[in-house]
Each structure stands twice: as C-alpha cells, then as structure tokens.
Design a protein around this ligand. Structure first.
Ligand code: ADP
Ligand code: MG
Length: 264
C-alpha cells in the first residue's frame, strides 16, 4: 500500500472535479461543457470577461445553482447527487445543506448581518447550524478574527467597519465553519483600492496554510503570485488553463492575450 491509499482513499483524487458541466438560463447557454480539476491545497484562479460564466460556475460548485448536465464532485463526493443501487438520485435539501457547510463562499458583497457584531456574525452559523456550544464557538470566532487581523473589532457592527474589514469578517465567518474548500467570487471588486491589499493578504495566508481555493478575480498580481493555476473563461468555456505564471505571462490563446491586455 502506498501513502496515496491510506484508509483506502486515493489522495491523488482531485479536491474538486468539474466534469463537462452545462448550465443554461432559459435560452442562454452560460456554461457550455466546462471541465476543471483542482488539486488538494491548490489555489485555482478563474479569470475572464464579465458575463463569461465565472460566478455561475462557482455557484454550481456550491449547489447554489443546479447544473443541467455533467458532474461536480468535491473531495470525492458528488455535489447534489447520491448514488443508490448504481444510480444517481438528487439529494434531499437537507443533505445539500449539509454538503454546503463544508464549502465556504465569499462574495463581492460582504452580506454580514447588520444588526450583529463582527463576533456575533461569526458565531451565528457554528452555533445555529452545527450546534456548537456558545463558548466554544466564541473561542473559535476570536481565533478566526485574530487570523484576519481584526481581534480589536470583535464588538464592532458592520457599519462601523471599512469595506475591507467587513470582507475580512466575512472570510473569518466562512472559516469558522471549518470548510475544506473556499470559493471566492471577486472578493475585492467592491472595495476601495487602498483596502484591497489587506483582503488579498488574508487570502494569501489562507492559501499558504494549505486551503484549497477557487478564486474568481481581476487581480492579476494575486493570480500570478498566489495562484497555482489560472483558468481563462470566455463565452461559457474554459479557453486556456494552466500554470498561473505561464497563463498570465505567456498566454497561448489570442483571446486570453486580448483579455489580459485590457485588464492590465
Ligand atoms: P461572470 O461572473 O463571468 O460575469 P455570470 O456567471 O454572472 O458571469 O453570468 C453569465 C451569464 O449568465 C450572464 O449573461 C448573466 O446575465 C447570466 N445569468 C447569470 N445568472 C442568471 C440567472 N439566475 N438567470 C438568468 N441569467 C443569469
Ligand atoms: Mg461574476
């Protein structure tokens, strides 16, 4: 037996496997056969023009959208489906919710509860959803706040925090659920330029801690320096996918080159 097969789980399996995924909204074919594998601990950056399907793809991974065809698995488990008697069945909502707990998502807009403090925002899901004891959840929340550099803001309300601080609370809140995968959808796009760096620094640290991440971003510096891989999406397909530096510095496809010329 090799180290790859401890407990019979082949660790060489990708952490995320997106296999020939299709998704339409009415007549609009938004994802047109997207395949992408993300290794354990990989930071996969997803770039591409507005409307190319990046958010939809992330939302499908989290089952916020249901795919029309193809398969998505996270850590070897199919998203939204269960295998019974050799057939795939749609999961019950309850099981979908359970599956979703293991996947953290951070959006462009921070979506914090406005009437709760930073600490209360983070404590909410672990206590309400996971049934964690209050004291343990508070201790965990303080730990997560320290990680994002906001120990001194535990009792502040969102309105008392800058956009960058709110986004760091949103990251801490996602991490408090101990996810095995983190999805970021343009987490710095709504921020004033001077606040972007602090959020990216938190994401970089998270990446260095070994978290598997899929990051939709227009921050090419981040994609090149922190990303392991970059996938360029256009018109619902992945046009180019490879080593982050390679794709950003020496893109192969004309469409990737044209896009990069515009965002740089
Ligand atoms: P991106 O994140 O790359 O900008 P999106 O995935 O948000 O792209 O959107 C891709 C396309 O799908 C866009 O044309 C968008 O208007 C459309 N779209 C996204 N979500 C929905 C929806 N819920 N209903 C209808 N159209 C949608
Ligand atoms: Mg988007």
């Amino acid at each position: 037996m090799t180290a790859d097969h401890i407990l019979g789980v082949p660790t060489s399996l990708p952490a995320v496997n997106i296999d020939t995924v299709y998704k339409s909204f009415g007549l609009l074919n938004v994802l047109r056969g997207v395949s992408m594998a993300v290794r354990e601990g990989e930071v996969a950056c997803l770039i591409g023009p507005s409307g190319s399907g990046k958010s939809t793809l992330l939302r499908c991974v989290n089952h916020l959208e249901k795919i029309d065809a193809g398969l998505i698995s996270v850590h070897g488990r199919l998203i939204g489906y269960q295998e019974r008697n050799g057939r795939l069945h749609e999961m019950h909502d309850r099981d979908v919710a359970k599956q979703r707990r293991g996947i953290g998502m951070v959006f462009q807009r921070f979506n914090l509860f406005p009437h709760k403090t930073a600490l209360e925002n983070i404590v909410e899901a672990p206590t309400q959803v996971l049934g964690m004891a209050k004291e343990a959840a508070v201790a965990e929340a303080r730990e997560q706040l320290a990680k994002v550099g906001l120990s001194d803001k535990a009792n502040s309300y969102p309105s008392q925090l800058s956009g960058g601080q709110q986004q760091r609370v949103a990251i801490a809140r996602a991490l408090a659920m101990r996810p095995s995968l983190m999805l970021f959808d343009e987490p710095t796009s709504a921020l004033d330029p001077e606040l972007v760096g602090d959020v990216l620094a938190v994401m970089r640290e998270l990446a260095e801690s070994g978290m598997t991440m899929i990051v939709v971003t227009h921050e090419m510096g981040f994609a090149r320096d922190v990303g392991d891989t970059v996938a360029f999406m256009d018109g619902g397909v992945i046009v180019e996918h490879g080593d982050a530096r390679q794709v950003i510095s020496e893109p192969e496809h004309a469409r990737t080159r044209a896009f990069l010329a515009k965002v740089r």
